[in-house]
Every structure is written in C-alpha cells, then in structure tokens.
Design a protein around this ligand. Sequence first.
Ligand SMILES: Nc1ncnc2c1ncn2[C@@H]1O[C@H](COP(=O)(O)OP(=O)(O)O)[C@@H](O)[C@H]1O
Ligand SMILES: [Mg+2]
Length: 272
Amino acid sequence: MIEFKDVSKTYPNGTKGLQHVNLTIDQGEFVAIIGLSGAGKSTLIRTINRMIDITEGHLIVDGTDVMTLKGKELRRFRRKIGMIFQSFNLISRSSVINNVLTSNVPDMPWYKVLFGIYSKEQKMKALEALDKVNILEKAYNRCDELSGGQMQRVALARTLDQSPSIILADEPVASLDPIMADVVMSDFRRINEDMNITILLNIHHVDLALKYATRVIGVRAGEIVYDGPSSQVTQDVLNQVYNGQTVPTTENDTKTRKADDAERAGKKEKRA
Ligand SMILES: Nc1ncnc2c1ncn2[C@@H]1O[C@H](COP(=O)(O)OP(=O)(O)O)[C@@H](O)[C@H]1O
Ligand SMILES: [Mg+2]
C-alpha cells in the first residue's frame, strides 16, 4: 500500500511541485495520473521511490516511512519498486537478455558484473521475464535492432526481473506510435492482472488512461483535482483537470499533427 499523508514538495527555487496530497493506493491497483504538462505528475511518481524527496508530510510504502530510509535500506527498498521511463534507458549495443540481466547488478560482486557472469537461474528468470512481455524471440538480438515499442517491452522485462511489488512509469508510451502504445499498455495490464503488481503511470493520452487504468488521478498545479474510477471520468472532470484546454487524446494529437504537416507542406509550396 502506498499512502500520501498531506505531502507537499517545494523545489529549492520555490516552485511548488505538490501541494497537500492525500492518497491511498492499494496493492494491485492500476492507476493513471493525468494532467497538463508541469502539473506535477512526474513529481508525484518520483517521490515514491525517493528519486525526489518530499518537503512536507509523510509518504508511507508498505508500512515504511520512505523519508526515514537511507543507505542499504534505501537501496533494498528501491529494488521492490520498478521504474520505467519514456526513453527506455537500455544499453543499445548490448543484447536484449543482457539488458534484462542488469537488473541483478546491485546484488552482484563487481568481478561478476565486469565479466558478465550470470547464473543459470538468473538467465532462466530473465528469459521468463521476456516471455511475460511476449518478446522472448528477441532475447539474443541487440537492443538497437528493436522498434521503440519492443524496447519498452524489454525495459518492462528488466523491471519484472527484479520482482517488484510496484511499477512506476513516467510517460512510458509517449514516444511510441498509437498502435505500439496500445500494445505496451496491454502489457502493463497483463502484468497488473496476472502478478498483482501495483502500476502507477503518468500518461499524456486520456483515451489510453481511461481504457487501461481502473483508477485515474487528475493533477493540476500540484493538487489532486480528481481521484476516482476511470469509468466515472466525465467531460466536466477533464475540463477541471485540463483547465478548459483541449484534452490530449490519441485522436486529437493525430489531428494536430496532420494539421501541422499540412501547414508545413503549404509553406513549402508557397516558397517554391
Ligand atoms: N528540479 C526542479 N526544480 C525546480 N522546479 C521543478 C523541478 N522539477 C520540476 N519542477 C517544476 O515543478 C512543477 C511540476 O513538474 P513535473 O512534476 O515535472 O510536471 P509534469 O510531470 O506534470 O509535467 C513544474 O512547474 C516544474 O517546472
Ligand atoms: Mg513529467
């Protein structure tokens, strides 16, 4: 369980990233965090594994006040929490399986890391993780041979390999095309349902949030302005969260992109 108790985050320059956030997230929930750029979505997610330190309140994960953790305890705590980024963070010249195996590095002696000596058990587990995200057949390909969507699945496998109870994902599908975004979101759903891993992700496209998450948290200027089932997100709610601005959906973004392309093409014609 993740509990935010009156949590605020003020950055050193005075920017308020979060303001008086109260939340309880149970084990096994699938939560999407939505909001405008700069609303505080990344701040919210990154406080959970202490990538960002809160400045007020209490943040309790599975009974532990995370601000009290340091050194070895903090490292052990972080192992329980997987983190996925928009940019995948893979070693592109290395094989898929080697990327997954790096999840073992924090627990290995340096010489084994240096020579890439992994046990049979570790290799089996890595292959299982790849199987869970349906990319086993790419195990011995180099990462830079994969598509963006495939790379995100490898990143997800690497996270699964550390047996997390929570996965945090900061805009995991933002750099993928709509079809791959859908595929990766279904991976998250399968992992959530089959393994009861809590999933907490920031997502730009509201349609994907509503399709896959069971709970939606709307953030505006560091405050929670909606927290409820995705089935109860109405247009009014979205107007609140997005401050009356156009709601970002896969469809709206495609339209905007097409309009931009058309405008660029028009300009080119005029110049010619
Ligand atoms: N390291 C930082 N120092 C100062 N301000 C920051 C820092 N990181 C984020 N912010 C500010 O905090 C607010 C929330 O940012 P962020 O959590 O990244 O929003 P989002 O992920 O929703 O786009 C924004 O105003 C942003 O400019
Ligand atoms: Mg962000």
